[in-house]
Design a protein around this ligand. Sequence first.
Ligand code: BES
Ligand code: MG
Ligand code: ZN
Length: 494
Amino acid sequence: MIAMNISFTGIKNHKSDNLFVCLKSSKFSSDFVAGLDKKLNGLLTKALSKNKWFKGKLGEHISVICPNGDYSAIAFIGAGKISSVKDAQKLGGTVSSIMSKLKFEKASLFLDQELKEDLLANLALGFELKSWAFDKYKTKKSDAWSCKNLAFEVISASYKEIKAAYDAKLAPLYAGIIDARTLINEPANVIYPETFAKHAKELSALGVKIEVLSKADMAKLGMNALLGVSQGSVNEPKMVIARWEGAGKSAFWTAFVGKGLTFDSGGISIKPSHNMDQMKSDMSGAAAVLGLMRVLAMRKASANVIGVMALAENMPSGQAQRPGDIVKTMSGQTVEVLDTDAEGRLVLADALWCAFDRFKPKTIVDLATLTGAIQVALGHEFAGLFCNNESLAKELIEAGDRVGEKLWRMPLSEEFDRQIDSDIADIKNIAAKGRAGSSTAAHFLQRFVGNTAWAHMDIAGVAFLEQDTELSCKGATGYGVQLLNEFVARNCEK
Ligand code: BES
Ligand code: MG
Ligand code: ZN
């Protein structure tokens, strides 16, 4: 992992060799940059006027070598328009990409415009998120720039306020996102239900109450849908129930439930081998829930939140569940398992019911890499949102918009619901293949939440990517941690 050193300093005290100046147009306006320009006999003005294409748009940059000044190099970077957390983080991500292109190890950044402290702090977070890489299994650390220690300093007159905002809100967020990304990128021989649960237990140190249900505990509770999924694997399933009681005894509970398939081979309905390795990321929902719990505890959120993580491995074997098997869920409803690869909804059936029945939460939100069909519909840009409550849907979509984790509302409808009625049990776990597969999967889940205000986020298209994004390298994105943290901050805190 790249060791990073982020700091915030005043205009007088910074000490880096390289300076990034972020501009929103083709001109600078601050006294600080004007002073530098003067010292360099107008070199900066000249650089900008010679490069007329530079308009201050996000991603543009010009480098200036300064042999005689306080810096060895200055780079102008287009800042674009910064009006949200998302814009600020994107700029931070862009700065990180440019820094790696220029192979700077240390750099200071100055933004040539007034900006609220929390946005400047988010710029630093964006920089960190984009600079992070999962490289723990590379035994030969190369001399390449990316493996060195980076130092990055934000220069501002209000650096104390920025640092305070960063420490209180964003350092926790960074820790939670990286926690999720790490768990998702880890291979399935390292992270399986038991090791995932062990990792979750570390949150006890932060005041999160962690309960881990074993296979025997789950059998006692009648969680046969989850147990059926895991029965082909030598790795025993676990259910982690994490509780953060930040708002006191009388306040309402909000529950987040995550699909945690530490590997999904498809089971007896086995998947094609191409890209099957990516199914180590089928626990991205559970990882996002765990990351969220860390953020909430670290920033001492004044909300009561339950995190339920349904952990299992879906494998074929002589003991594996067969297509056609019927299981009785914890809720009492029976399910005909027509396709063992539609396993996410089975583990979630028992996890959702457990959250609903035991805690009677005001709201339940689940996150799951549930269907390939959601990738067909929404690609890698949006997660799919299915929701039985208008105001909940609105709040989630807005939270996502603010932090740049986009959600698109998808339909629930009685006709879809009828399609999962089984001929011989209460419910079947697949409807007609190739027909609204994400919606029928969502309806399956809805049968396990009673009348609770509930939302399901299908994150199969956004959790794990084969290409870099503005804020992450390829692999796990950590999608959901920021969105849910924002949702909790706006809707669940006192
Ligand atoms: N984990 C997969 C869905 C998935 C696909 C996640 C691609 C990430 C990337 C899920 O368990 C699954 O196999 N779903 C099936 C459902 C089908 C059998 C009804 C699918 O989408 O093909
Ligand atoms: Mg599957
Ligand atoms: Zn799956």
